[in-house]
Design a protein around this ligand. Structure first.
Ligand SMILES: O=C(O)CCC(=O)C(=O)O
Ligand SMILES: [Fe+2]
Length: 846
């Protein structure tokens, strides 16, 4: 390759100026070839003005949007290398990537600005740009910089065949060679429309799709977020002719009824990347769509494209196809090349191979021989006609929905958990995802599986989350001490599935001591105190001194009442946003009604909780004395007009309030007070606020760093009784500051103390911090009932809780005023200051 523009020149030189080069699936951000070339040139000048040039690294932290194209081309023209960063990366992951790649500048999108800035600050990166600087013509004359074939062009994260993620260095010369080699066997022309589904943060998306499409003069359509409807809609709306999909989508295209609703008649070729989909599925898909379905094979280190099935009728379903021109394949077993038909490790030699791993000659040597052959870590054979068949892999990578997950990386996260001694992560076959990560761990100190699952979930992006943690006495090891992953994979094969529940023998029993079960049926009525009441009260006192959280049995809420309430709640939250917003809490004078995602921030100062909810209270008509008196929080509910909703709600509320009365009697007795002390306080009537909550799965909500379903908080009133749907996600802080995950056995209610208890008891009992982490892939529903003393009740230290001569630690509070002060502090709609601060922070994605 002759100097000057390198890869950018090669690609942009082919883009027809007058036509759309790239556009988002929703029609936004279209760029003609001319606009793309202009923006790339001006962006390069802007980068040069920042001092970026040959030898520098610029991070592209962008979703699949058209703007990615000029950004990438600008970086290349400026002579720098682009490091591809996933928009799904957590702040922690991004920090590591920026540090490892030694990026000088981060280019991000407005929606990703907050994590990008935080990570850049932590990694010491000087400049974070929302898209590219844009310099006008005169300044842009100075570029392109002269680049050499061996200059790094793209740094792509790869887990390699083993170990932690590293950056594969792909050069200008290597990528141009790979694009040239692909042009024949993966034909694409100016009439083609190519759907870019693979993330541009992956080299297959950036080079195999985007640059290949642009270099062929085709139109590239970007899809930022996958849903079946968005994917199929994009194929049909843009009359897409070609796309590359991961294997699970071949299944969708071959079998989903949804496909019939879209016109996919323009589609000519569907390439399948990642692991193969299987011959039968490929054939079924090709038959149904009337197009070619062709598997290809590639890897980051390999350039990235290595083999592909021809589209001229010679495709072999199930095989990875033929090597691209200029690419050689050999199969090696026990250090020797084996003949056609024999199985062994696949080695590749090609001009497009990576130059090596950034700053890691040791790791480079392990995969890239001095003779130029790359060891892929995949096992397969070449048949008599030269087709490659991948049958297995040496490497341990887990393939989750087309993403490659490095077990070592997830293991490194797990071993940061103080309780974990060792961890080994393997893939479990999964019908939807291909594979999901599952961890085997040995412990130093007790921990429960759910706690580990959530620990990982809070730190890594969705593909790397473990779907199960199995606590074992020891990891299986081979003679050299190496963990036998094969053996672990065998244990997680379907058919050998088992879930570790808290009652499993491997589960350390004493942990549940933090959340003991208390039977409160003895407190059902005021009269006839049962003989067990004192013993239960003593147990309640012990628990409240320790954690302030317990599970109530014998609460009297009937299973059918509870089921009907959950069903009604699901039905409500499934309504369209407009229907829910018609009941907006912001229209209520008494804090009753619907609030959407991020409308409340239980942890003040955070972005807002990843949940939506419906707040309800007592049925207070216009003649209710508190309503007539204008007491805050008293007034009408806003309930949805769904058939059966009101009945389900009022039945559940009535039974839950009765349960709450039992709890209040038990608490009073535990404090040495008459059973009805809390129920008969002066200052009005006890307030019961029933709240329906819905936590959408993490992967739909794209949490900002630190954003949770419920931020860390304590409840405000006397006590809370919570019904949850058993999906998990509630975490409670123990007095020692460690978090435990609360697994609620079916039918029990979680009981936890509110802030006022500390005032009453002078900290004998305190409210306990808790939070909710949304489950990764499922919706979670919960129904707390908050109990607050009468609005005007004055909460002061109980004499029985004050040691002789001691002073109360807290100033007295009026119960209702404390409640409204907390609501004001956590709801922007109630608080102009909060609203202004919220408006000043960058918008949330999702
Ligand atoms: O949904 C949950 O499990 C907890 C809800 C909660 O803590 C609250 O709303 O105060
Ligand atoms: Fe709470």
């Amino acid at each position: 390759m002759s100097g000057e523009g390198g890869l950018a020149q090669y690609v942009l030189g082919a883009v027809p100026h007058g036509r759309t080069a790239i556009v988002a699936a929703d029609g936004t951000g279209p760029l003609t070839g001319r606009a793309l070339a202009d923006r790339a040139r001006r962006g390069a000048a802007g980068l040069a003005a920042l001092g970026v040039g040959r030898g520098d690294v610029v991070a592209l932290h962008l979703p699949n949007v058209p703007d990615f194209a000029p950004a990438l081309c600008a970086v290349l023209r400026a002579g720098a290398a682009a490091v591809l960063c996933s928009p799904l990366a957590t702040e922690e992951e991004l920090t590591g990537q920026l540090a490892l790649s030694r990026a000088a500048v981060v280019v991000t999108a407005p929606a990703l600005r907050a994590p990008a800035r935080a990570a850049a600050a932590r990694a010491g990166v000087g400049a974070v740009l929302d898209l590219l600087p844009d310099r006008r013509a005169a300044e842009s004359a100075a570029v392109p910089v002269v680049v050499r074939a061996g200059d790094p062009a793209v740094l792509a994260l790869s887990s390699g065949t083993t170990g932690l993620p590293k950056y594969a260095v792909l050069t200008h010369g290597g990528l141009v060679a790979n694009l040239r080699q692909a042009a024949g066997p993966l034909p694409l022309g100016t009439d083609d429309v190519l759907l870019a589904l693979a993330p541009f943060a992956h080299v297959m998306g950036a080079c195999g799709v985007l640059l290949r499409g642009l270099a062929a003069g085709a139109t590239v359509v970007t899809l930022d977020r996958f849903t079946p409807a968005a994917f199929l809609g994009a194929l049909s709306r843009h009359r897409v002719t070609q796309t590359i999909v991961p294997p699970p989508l071949v299944d969708l295209l071959a079998t989903s009824a949804l496909v019939d609703r879209y016109d996919l008649s323009a589609l000519r070729v569907v390439y399948v990347g990642g692991a193969g989909a299987g011959a039968d599925l490929e054939r079924a898909c090709a038959r149904r769509l009337g197009c070619v379905v062709a598997q290809g094979y590639g890897m980051t280190e390999g350039g990235p494209m290595i083999t592909v099935n021809p589209v001229d009728g010679r495709a072999r379903p199930g095989s990875a196809g033929l090597p691209l021109p200029g690419v050689r394949i050999r199969i090696v077993r026990d250090g020797r090349e084996v003949p056609a038909g024999s199985s062994g490790e696949v080695h590749v030699a090609a001009p497009g191979l990576m130059a090596g791993y950034l700053g890691d000659p040791e790791a480079t040597r392990r995969v890239l021989g001095a003779d130029g052959w790359l060891r892929t870590g995949d096992v397969g054979h070449v048949d008599g006609e030269g087709y490659l068949w991948i049958t297995d892999r040496l490497k341990d990578l887990i393939k989750y929905k087309g993403h490659q997950v490095s077990p070592a990386e997830v293991e490194a996260v797990l071993t940061r958990h103080p309780a974990v001694a060792e961890a080994a992560v393997v893939g479990r076959p999964d019908a939807r995802a291909g594979e999901v990560p599952v961890a085997f761990v040995t412990l130093r100190t007790p921990a429960i599986p759910e706690e580990l699952v959530l620990f990982v979930a809070a730190r890594v992006s969705a593909p790397k989350r473990i779907h199960e943690a199995r606590i074992v006495g020891a990891l299986p090891r081979g003679p050299t001490g190496k963990v036998l992953r094969r053996e672990l994979r065998r244990r997680v094969r379907p058919g050998d599935m088992r879930t570790v529940t808290p009652s499993h023998p491997e589960f350390p029993g004493d942990l549940m001591a933090g959340l003991p079960v208390v039977d409160i049926s003895g407190f059902a009525t005021e009269a006839a105190p049962g003989p067990g009441r004192d013993a239960v009260a003593a147990e309640v006192d012990r628990i409240c001194r320790e954690t302030g959280f317990f599970l109530a049995a014998g609460h009297g809420v009937r299973p059918e009442t509870r089921a009907a309430m959950f069903a009604a709640s699901r039905e409500f939250f499934a309504l369209p946003a407009a229907a829910k917003n018609a009941l907006a809490i912001s229209r209520s004078s008494c804090h009753r009604g619907y609030f959407g995602i991020a409308a409340e921030a239980l942890d003040e100062g955070t972005t807002g909780d990843l949940k939506e909810g419906l707040d309800t209270g007592g049925e207070h008509g216009p003649d209710h004395p508190e309503v007539l008196a204008g007491t805050p929080t008293f007034g009408p509910n806003q309930l949805p007009d769904l058939p059966g909703f009101r009945q389900a709600w009022s039945a559940y509320r009535a039974e839950a309030v009765e349960a709450a009365e039992r709890v209040q009697r038990a608490l009073a007795r535990a404090l040495g007070l008459p059973d009805d002390h809390l129920l008969a306080m002066a200052g009005g009537e006890v307030m019961y606020h029933l709240r329906l909550l819905h936590y959408p799965p993490q992967r739909h909500t794209r949490p900002a760093p630190g954003q949770l379903g419920c931020g860390e908080h304590t409840d405000y009133g006397t006590v809370t009784l919570l019904a949850d749907d058993g999906v998990g996600g509630l975490e409670v802080m123990r007095r020692d500051g460690t978090w435990i995950h609360v697994a609620v056995p079916e039918g029990l209610l979680v009981v936890n103390l509110g802030d006022l208890m500390a005032i009453w008891t002078n900290d004998r009992w305190v409210s306990n911090p808790h939070r909710v982490v949304n489950p990764p892939d499922t919706d979670r529903y919960s129904i707390p009932l908050f109990v607050t003393p009468p609005y005007r009740a004055r909460i002061t230290c109980l004499p029985s809780c004050l040691a002789p001569g001691a002073e109360p630690r807290y100033a007295p509070q009026v119960a209702g005023e404390y409640l409204t002060s907390r609501l004001d502090a956590t709801h922007p709609y109630r608080n102009p200051l909060l609203a202004a601060r919220r408006a000043a922070t960058p918008p949330q994605d999702g």
